[in-house]
Design a protein around this ligand. Structure first.
Ligand SMILES: [Zn+2]
Ligand SMILES: [Zn+2]
Length: 347
């Protein structure tokens, strides 16, 4: 199937229209028309080859919402017209211990990424959601519950699951004391999801001017991390802190905020961690952890949870041809809190 998308041809070139083929349906494939695609920070980084492993041309996009247009002969779960979604991965080995546990994101043979990856069968490059159509095997397609607004649901597929998964892994529930560092695409979802689970949520920010935003998103308070007195008072008062800041920074001031057995979980790409004092880890039995996205079953659970609790990202809708400007604005953190491309603007 011939389709159109937006691709970067080199690390230096802006995204521009790009015609390409989507594969003919295999028996277990679902074809969809893409309606909306969220704009993730990793789209920008990979389009510019900031991480050094991009192949070009690259069609970014892994927060995808669409409607089924065709199904393969063996597809059981979906029918034409269904509202569906695809996140960061489109395949995995399906055989290893992690895949069998439903943790395809941790596949021993590495999952196949929605873009900037290679199809497991043909080895052809995968192209993402900045496009009109997509073909994905049934096992990696999610169902969008009726109660979710399709235009706003897309960012749940990366920003949502990346923050939902650690909240579930560390058993957050009513009364849990959760801190969120950074109030961007991921951070604002972490606040909404943790609040939805009944946790007591604190946003950690270097400046006090984020307070109104934090409270509006559902946080109970804001802790100003540059305020030494306030930080001292907050020592040993968190069960879980989610660090969403995607640039290099010192995590040690946050370690002291964790209670016994507390965990600081890093979900962004922060590069090398500066010298850490080990004593707070040992004395408080504290942990420093990382977490990627979640598995397919957990992603579906997250979508169903958001539908039940009426949780949606705050989105700014853009046209496909506004993507380069959107990238520039993201670099300046000038977005509240996620851009979503209305794919009807691409023809
Ligand atoms: Zn992402
Ligand atoms: Zn596997």
């Amino acid at each position: 199937m011939l389709t159109i998308g937006y691709a970067a041809q080199t690390a230096k070139s802006p995204l521009a229209p790009f015609n390409f083929e989507r594969r003919a349906l295999r028996p277990n494939d679902v074809a969809m028309e893409i309606l909306y695609c969220g704009v993730c920070h990793s789209d920008l980084h990979q389009a510019r080859d900031d991480w050094g492993f991009s192949t070009f041309p690259i069609v970014p996009g892994h927060e995808i919402v669409g409607r089924v247009t065709e199904i393969g002969s063996a597809v059981k779960r979906y029918k034409v017209g269904d509202a569906v979604a695809v996140g960061c991965m489109v395949d995995s080995c399906q055989e290893c211990d992690q895949c069998r546990k439903g943790e395809e994101q941790l596949c021993r043979q590495a999952n196949t990424q929605t873009y900037n990856s290679r199809d497991r069968i043909t080895k052809a490059p995968t192209y993402g959601g900045y496009s009109k159509h997509l073909v994905v095997r049934e096992e990696f397609v999610l169902r969008v519950p009726d109660a979710l607004d399709l235009a706003k649901a897309a960012p749940l597929l990366c920003a949502g699951i990346t923050t939902y998964s650690p909240l579930r892994t560390w058993n957050v529930g009513p009364g849990s004391r959760v801190g969120v560092i950074g109030l961007g695409g991921l951070g604002h979802m972490a606040v909404k999801l943790a609040a939805g689970m009944g946790a007591q949520v604190t946003v950690l920010s270097r400046s006090p001017d984020k307070e109104a935003d934090a409270l509006a998103l559902g946080a109970d308070n804001l802790l100003v991390s540059s305020d030494k007195e306030a930080m001292k008072k907050a020592a040993s008062s968190f069960d879980l802190i989610i660090d969403t800041v995607p640039v290099r920074h010192d995590v040690s001031p946050y370690m002291a905020l964790l209670d016994v057995d507390g965990t600081l979980v890093i979900v962004g790409q922060i590069g090398p961690i500066d010298q850490q004092l080990t004593l707070p880890f040992v004395l408080g039995r504290r942990r420093l952890a990382g977490s990627p996205i979640g598995g397919i079953a957990e992603t579906q659970e997250m979508l169903d949870f958001c539908a039940r609790k009426n949780i949606l990202p705050d989105c700014e809708m853009i046209r496909m041809d506004e993507i380069n400007e959107a990238f520039e604005r993201m670099e300046r953190s000038d977005v509240r809190y996620r851009f979503v491309i209305d794919m009807a603007s691409l023809s």
